[in-house]
Design a protein around this ligand. Sequence first.
Ligand code: SAM
Ligand code: SF4
Length: 266
Amino acid sequence: MLDQFNRKINYLRISVTDRCNLRCRYCMPADGIKWIDHSRILSFEEIIEVVEEAVSLGVDKIRLTGGEPLVRKGIVDLVKMIAEVPGIKDLGMTTNGQLLERYAVALAEAGLNRVNVSLDTTEAKTYKYLSRGGDISNVFKGLEAARRAGLDPIKINAVINSESGESAKKQLREFCEENNYKLRFIRQMSLEDGSFYPVEGGEGGICKICNRIRLTANGDVKPCLFSEDGFNVREFGARNAILNAVGAKPLSGKKNKVNKFYNIGG
Ligand code: SAM
Ligand code: SF4
């Protein structure tokens, strides 16, 4: 499917929950958020309907995100259901890795191809501080489990800001080189202020080659991370919600005061 600027849209990112087991400083307030009511969260069947329509319109790449996708009950079943939709060439997940050790094998068996694991530092204390309580050893164990399970490639997403020191970045580079993880630095962004940057080592944030649309946990199909437009699948139906979102894709996003990273999924 082509948008009005002739960009081929083949990538759907699905936020499966707004809930999370961490409270990263750049993403969520310390005392959490008012979670979306369960009744407004799309069921697996509703998500599959969106996936099927998206695939019929040309999507062949899907990424599950959140919130934290691994806290969504039954996530392995959802992965399996999505993997069984004919036409999907690439099924990935972005996770904070806290629960990855427990799920890696099951996810791979269900049909997940690869993972991006968020890790902003290699130091346990800094990790605990940045994520407000996360245990870095869980991430390391999760990464190992992902490798053993055959998830490939394994990418590390590291959010950096003006306070991130060169030595922290160097340590991350070394850690990723030693372990053959692909490292991507993501400059800390603000949806509200409209500050966004290309992802170093990735394709995100480069508007002229943007191939994505997004589905939030409560069913809004979003044309752009930095757009306030959204077309709810319960209101428009899955196909029209997707077509409207593609039609509304801006050449370049501006600001987004209606979403947060934890509900649009990054
Ligand atoms: N919980 C999962 C995780 O952390 O990987 C998936 C959801 S998280 C919202 C998706 C990505 O967005 C993560 O890599 C995270 O680091 C990134 N992210 C969150 N807040 C951000 C911000 N303010 N600027 C840039 N990236 C951000
Ligand atoms: Fe949770 Fe991911 Fe946001 Fe951190 S970045 S609070 S892990 S959703």
